[in-house]
Structures are given as structure tokens and as C-alpha cells.
Design a protein around this ligand. Sequence first.
Ligand SMILES: Nc1ncnc2c1ncn2[C@@H]1O[C@H](COP(=O)(O)OP(=O)(O)OP(=O)(O)O)[C@@H](O)[C@H]1O
Length: 366
Amino acid sequence: MQGLQLTSLGKRFDGEAVLSGVTLDIRPGEIVALTGPSGAGKTTTCRLITGLEIPDEGHIDLNGSQLTTLPTHHRRVAHMFESYALYPNLNVAQNVSFPLTSPVRRGQYKRDEIEARVAELLEMTEMAHLRARLPSELSGGQKQRVALCRALVQDASIYLLDEPISHLDAKLRNALRGLIRRRQTKKDAPTLWATPDAMEALSIADRVAVLIDGKVEQFAEPEEIYYRPATTAVARLVGDPAMNLFAGTVSQEGDGLRFDSPGLSLTLPEDAARRVASANSRSLTLGIRPNAMDILGHEPQGAAVSMQVYAWEPFGKYSLVTARVADNLIRIKTDHVHPYLANDTISVAVDAERLVLFDSESQRAL
Ligand SMILES: Nc1ncnc2c1ncn2[C@@H]1O[C@H](COP(=O)(O)OP(=O)(O)OP(=O)(O)O)[C@@H](O)[C@H]1O
């Protein structure tokens, strides 16, 4: 089988499980993003693939061969470290070209080719003017770009990019997302891109693995992760801002079902009611996306939910309103750009067709 396969990987540090049952595959030319909160195990997963850590359980295969037992220097992994790990005595251009000029590769690449590759990558990352600088003379974001170039310059069997653009300014981050994606999808090697930013993960990857507490919570295409999060943990992580979640109960209302949580009562649409009934769930966690609501005004209106404004953040073409629903805060993304004052009462229509339902006990999507 071509590509990289991680099978039931487990890793413990000091007797504590940091990764368990991690199973993933990355096809040649595919980018898989590994996202999850800080401490979820993203870097540890990368270090296992490189061979800097040995798994306690499971195995790693590349193009059908066991990688787990192969020494690090034979794995041909281009690993961009979160800590950059630049050579302090080499300048920018020498750091970037190092993987092509190091003793193990000596003679493999012609001088002109090395220079062309280095120049192209330094150009792409807007670092060409700094090529003669030492790492000690660079900012954090500039060092990150050198580390990125040093990984991308290689002809590797696997590319591991551990938070490759997290310290860059927004404009460069936006530009590089597309440029790196374009380069990597042309290769016949797989790329694993680790990032704590779930939205970055959705934007650059063919498939996204959400890692929480060392376990893969969901592994799917970006659209699936965004629209159908498998668990409340995934829902809490994804979205800008993330989904609002309310725990509540379900009761019969005529032929249908009604959801009640303090300050929030909604009639479930037919399809949702059917799923709740077939799962026999009586306690639900209801997910409402920030953009699945509409602020109708200040006066109470029909089935709309009454809330009190807590904060208002204008972003230009849209704004974020945080409002109080009983003891919970809810985030609403609205096109309205006029100010909402703290403590104003607002009437909010919830688009029931776009609700996401989770069973409260298992926290899994229904
Ligand atoms: N060598 C080690 N010894 C003991 N614990 C470790 C070691 N390396 C990592 N850990 C622990 O393993 C867990 C996972 O760490 P890891 O660096 O893989 O997380 P991460 O998802 O990459 O986090 P971040 O986004 O903050 O970089 C953390 O709780 C960390 O403290």
C-alpha cells in the first residue's frame, strides 16, 4: 500500500498515556492536517514518524514497509520542527541548503540546482533579502520560514510540518497556505501538517485528523469535520468562533419533539426529531453555529429567543455579538454592523435546520 500508515500507535511518558490507538493514513501527494489543542500529542506523533521517539504500541508503515524499526537517517523524513532547530553557525541560505549538501547527500545535487531550489523557496517565503543573515539575527517568524524552507527543499518520502506558519503575520500566512499546498500536492510523498488552529487545518488539508487527549476523535474531509463534527469535543474546537453548545432535555410536543435548556426552547425539525427518537436520547447537547442565527431586533418576536447582549465586537463587514442565555454565553455572527449595547435585549431567530445534535451521555453526534 502506498503512502504512510499509522496503526494503533500508543506512546507513554513516565507511565502516562500521551497517545493511544492513533490510526491514520496519508496517501502520496495528500496533505493530512493533525489538529488539536496544546498538549494533544501532535508533536509526539511527528517525532514517532521521524524516529525520535519509539512507539510503545502499534506500528508505522511507509509504502508497505515497516518504518518503526528503520533508523532515523534512513527514513527520508523532511521534518520541520516546531522549535525550528536551525544551525546557529550557518546563515539562512546555508541552513536551507543543508539537507542537500550534508555529507550523506554529497554529490547527489549539482551546485546550480541547489541554488535554484534555495532561491525559489526564499523568494516564496519573502526571505531572499535575508539570505546571508545568521539565525541569531532573525525574528521568530523569519526563523520559522527558514525552518520551513529547509523542510520543503528536500526530496523526502514524508514531509512533517509541525506548526509551519504559526508565527507569521496574517497576510503571509494566507499567502503561504495556498503556495505550500500547491507544492506539496504535486509531490508523490505524503505531508502531515500539525497545527493547533483548526481553521488553518480545514483550509490546507485534503483530510483532517482531530487529536484530543492523544486519541483521534475524527478523521475526515474538512467539510465533514466542519458540518458534521463527530463529537462535542470536535465541535468545540472547530469554527470561528466555535459552535455554541447547550445541554438540555427533549420532550414530546404534539407529533414532534421540543428541546429545552435554561433560557432556550426550540421545536426540533422533523429530521432531527426522527434521529433523536431512533437513538432514544432524552438528554441532548444542542449545537448552534454562530452564523445560524439572525438578530431580528429588540422586541420579542414569535418563536425567537430573547437574550441580553453581553459584548459586541465589530469586524467591519460582520460583527460578533456575545449574549447571555440564562447562565450561558452564546456567540452570534451577524452581518449587522450597527452597535449592540451591553444589556440590550435582543430577539434572535435560530435556524433550526442547521442545528447539530449530540447525545449528552456519549457526547457523540446523532
Ligand atoms: N519527553 C517528554 N516527557 C514527558 N512528557 C512529554 C514529553 N514530550 C511530550 N510530553 C507530554 O506529552 C503531551 C503531548 O505533547 P505534544 O508536544 O505532543 O503536544 P502538542 O499537541 O504538540 O502540543 P503543542 O500544540 O502545545 O505543541 C503533553 O502533555 C506533553 O507535556
